[in-house]
Structure formats: structure tokens, C-alpha cells
Design a protein around this ligand. Structure first.
Ligand code: ARG
Length: 439
């Protein structure tokens, strides 16, 4: 079953065999592995390194393996070293001796580098799809709720915004996340097939052909680099980490907003869980798990960066560790994007409570200062005058706009009747973040 038994006098130790095997992790690369092999065979035929009959034979065998795995007639399991050994061994069982020619002018080093690139390219497309879906749901929820809300700095009520504008901040973050993924895709768009183990091959092969056939823009420039770098995974995992950081911040806000202290939103029952002891509890677990899983995605990124940092060129077995962390970071990001998408589309916005919080928070204080500036007061002086207005309001339990003109003029004689229009929340929104409330 081993692809390399020839030079060994002793059997591999069983513990070592298990330790070395990556099949449980890399089995998900079966389709890419077979696709890559078929392209390789096609190229070997064209370059007359395989006869047409041999090539067709191998291709048919590989295709039948792919079909059988897909139909669950063939289960990827057993004591194989990795997915490459699994496919080649199965091919030999199916078509016999000719299978042994498949690995001509190839190493598992360029093979695995190819498989991972193909897989990552495909899955990055899926990430983009779910980001788009989430953005669509964010935009819809935002549009349906262009209601007034307190904006915060230091988690203290600061200035008036709308729920729409607040939520759309995440839309903007996700737009940049997409650009990062697209950039990573562009950078990784080179085929490592043909690099061999590290030094190419003495056979006359056609790397341009396999690159084109497999959908890459070109073959990699350098053989040692092609088999030994994983920067493209690190780049994608960085992009995933940033996505997760954004989802985690959104989660944090959903958790806060759904608390009894805020009561700004209600998270749907379908994305909440209860307590085994406290009957009244409804917990925002989906958001909390997303926030929690962010740590895992960061961890995977740091793990691979650390794996890579001391590796001499070219391939080292350490590189086998790339897949487990990459897959985990990918799966986690995909799952969180989907759950967030569903959660956002089902939240209920309690606009009354948001409005109440705006009214109670002196959220037009900055605009009172702006008003004074418009009447010729220097901003720093205006700031100080408004400070005393706020103290007055606190003492008299009133909002600024609830003060009479007389009260206001006792604090600054410059103030006139037109202040009320100036500091009206809807007018502030129109002038500030340039938003008009629909309702
Ligand atoms: N399972 C290996 C990996 O994931 C495949 C490459 C093995 N190459 C080798 N020279 N042992 O990296």
C-alpha cells in the first residue's frame, strides 16, 4: 500500500504509521486530487510520456473512482498515508499495472500543493457567496429600519445616528472583506504542478498546459517556492480572521442590544437557547458562539504562521499540518457567516426603545455647540457653555430641547428661537449623516 516501500528493510512502526497519516484530514481533497491527476495525465499524453491507450485507461480509472466516492460506493478510509496514496492504490486495484505510470514527472509535493490551491480557490468562492448573502440581509434589515438610534463612543451615548446607518457599517466592512478574498485569489492563481519534489523534472513536460487546464492563469515561476510556500493559505486565513473579527463585533452588539438593559432588538427564538435551571432565560448563543469561535480562527492563523516560520526550503513534512488548521478556519468562517445571515434577517428592532434612549442621552449637545458656533461663538467656548446647559438639564431632569427659551437664554443670551429647529434630531440626521427618516 506504500508508495515508497522500496528502500526500506523494516516495516513502519504502527504508531508511526498512524502519526504520519493525514487521510482523515486530507480526504476532503479527493475531487481536487483526481481532477489534478486527470489534467496531469492529459499533459503526459500530449508530451508522449504516456501512450493514448495508457492515458485513457488511467483517466477512466480515475473517473470511476471519483464517481464511486461521490455516490458513496467507495468510502475514503483505511490505513492509507494520505488521499494521494488512497487514490493511487485504488487506481492500481482497478486498472492494474498502467496505474503505476500516473506519477511520472510528479511528486506528492507538487500534487498536494496543487490540491490545496484548487480546494482553497473553490471554497473562497463559497465564502464570497455567503458574504454577499449576509450583506443582502444586512441591507434589507437596515432599509426596513431607518429609525433613530443613539450612536456610541466608549459605549456612552454620543450622537444621534440611525439603526440603518449603524448596521450598514458592517456592510462596508464586509465589502472590504470581499476585496481581501479576491486579492488573495488573484495572488494564488498560479499552478504548482510540474515543480516535482522541488527541482522540476528531467522529462519534457508542459506546465502551461496543466495550469491552463486547471483554471490557473500561469504556472509558478519558481519550483522550490511552488512546493513549499503556503502564503496563499495564510493570506486567506488572515482574511477569514478579519471577517470573524467583524462578525464578532456585530455579535457583541447583538448581545448587548438584546439584553434587558438595552432592549433595542429581539433575537428570534430560532437563534436563541434557554437555561437548564433558569426558566425565564433566553440566551443569544448564536452570537456568543460566533464571538467565541473568532478566537479559534485567529488561533489557526497563528498556528500556520508559526509552522512556517522556521522551515528551510523546500518541502518539509511540517507542511502537512497546514490543512487541519486551514479547513477548520474555513469551516468556522462559513458556518458563522451563514448563522449571522439568518440571525440578522430575523431580528426584531424595537425602535421605541432606541428613540427613548436618544431622548434621554443629550445626544444633541454637540449640535447645540454647533448652533452657538453658527452664531459666532468660538467652538471651545461653545463647548463649555453647553456643558453648563447639560448640568442644568440634569438638575432639572429635562432634555435640552425641553428647556424653555427663557431657560436657555439664562445660560447663553446668544440663543434664539431658531435653536429648536437646529437641534431637532431629524434635522441633525439630515445634516449630519445625510439621512432622512422615512417614518
Ligand atoms: N500528506 C502530505 C502533505 O500533506 C503529502 C505530501 C507528502 N510528501 C512527502 N514528501 N512526504 O503534505
Amino acid at each position: 500500500m506504500k508508495l515508497w516501500g522500496g528502500r526500506f528493510r523494516k516495516e513502519e512502526n504502527k504508531l508511526m504509521e498512524d502519526f504520519n497519516s493525514s487521510l482523515q484530514v486530507d480526504k476532503r481533497l479527493y475531487a481536487e486530487d483526481i481532477k489534478g491527476s486527470i489534467a496531469h495525465v492529459k499533459m503526459l499524453m500530449k508530451c508522449r510520456l504516456l501512450t493514448d491507450e495508457e492515458g485513457e485507461n488511467i483517466t477512466e480509472g480515475l473517473t470511476s473512482i471519483l464517481e464511486d466516492i461521490e455516490n458513496e460506493k467507495l468510502i475514503v478510509e483505511g490505513e492509507f498515508e494520505d488521499i494521494h496514496s488512497f487514490v493511487e492504490t485504488n487506481l492500481t486495484e482497478r486498472i492494474g499495472e498502467t496505474a503505476k505510470k500516473l506519477h511520472t514527472a510528479r511528486s506528492r509535493n507538487d500534487q498536494v500543493a496543487l490540491d490545496v490551491r484548487l480546494y482553497a480557490k473553490n471554497k473562497a468562492g463559497e465564502v464570497l457567496k455567503y458574504i454577499n448573502e449576509l450583506q443582502g440581509n444586512i441591507e434589507k434589515k437596515a432599509e426596513e429600519n431607518n429609525v433613530i438610534m443613539p450612536g456610541y463612543t466608549h459605549l456612552q451615548r454620543a450622537q444621534v445616528v440611525t439603526f440603518q446607518h449603524h448596521l450598514m457599517a458592517y456592510y462596508s466592512m464586509l465589502s472590504r472583506d470581499k476585496k481581501r478574498i479576491l486579492n488573495a485569489l488573484e495572488i494564488m492563481d498560479e499552478s504548482p504542478l510540474g515543480c516535482g519534489a522541488l527541482a522540476g523534472t528531467t522529462h519534457t513536460i508542459d506546465r502551461e498546459l496543466t495550469a491552463k487546464d486547471l483554471g490557473f492563469s500561469k504556472p509558478v515561476d519558481n519550483f522550490l517556492d511552488g512546493v513549499s510556500d503556503r502564503d496563499y493559505l495564510i493570506e486567506l486565513m488572515s482574511a477569514f480572521s478579519i471577517i470573524m473579527m467583524h462578525l464578532s463585533r456585530l455579535s457583541e452588539e447583538l448581545i448587548l442590544w438584546s439584553s434587558q438593559e438595552f432592549k433595542f432588538i429581539t433575537i428570534d427564538d430560532a437563534y436563541s437557547t434557554g437555561s437548564s435551571i433558569m426558566p425565564q432565560k433566553k440566551n443569544p448563543d448564536a452570537a456568543e458562539l460566533t464571538r467565541g469561535k473568532t478566537g479559534r480562527v485567529y488561533g489557526s492563523l497563528i498556528s500556520l504562521l508559526t509552522t512556517m516560520k522556521g522551515l528551510p526550503l523546500a518541502y518539509n513534512k511540517d507542511l502537512q499540518e497546514d490543512k487541519e488548521v486551514f479547513f477548520d478556519s474555513l469551516d468556522t468562517t462559513l458556518a458563522c457567516l451563514q448563522i449571522m445571515s439568518n440571525m440578522i434577517s430575523t431580528i426584531e428592532v424595537n425602535s421605541k426603545n432606541m428613540k427613548k434612549a436618544v431622548k434621554e442621552g443629550f445626544l444633541n449637545a454637540t449640535e447645540v455647540a454647533d448652533y452657538l458656533v453658527s452664531k459666532g461663538v468660538a467652538f471651545r467656548d461653545a463647548h463649555s457653555i453647553v456643558g453648563s446647559i447639560v448640568i442644568y438639564c440634569e438638575d432639572h431632569k429635562k432634555a435640552i430641547e425641553e428647556l424653555t427659551l427663557e431657560e436657555l437664554r439664562s445660560l447663553s443670551s446668544i440663543i434664539e428661537e431658531d435653536i429648536y429647529e437646529f437641534i431637532d434630531y431629524e434635522n441633525i440626521l439630515r445634516k449630519g449623516i445625510k439621512i432622512t427618516l422615512l417614518k
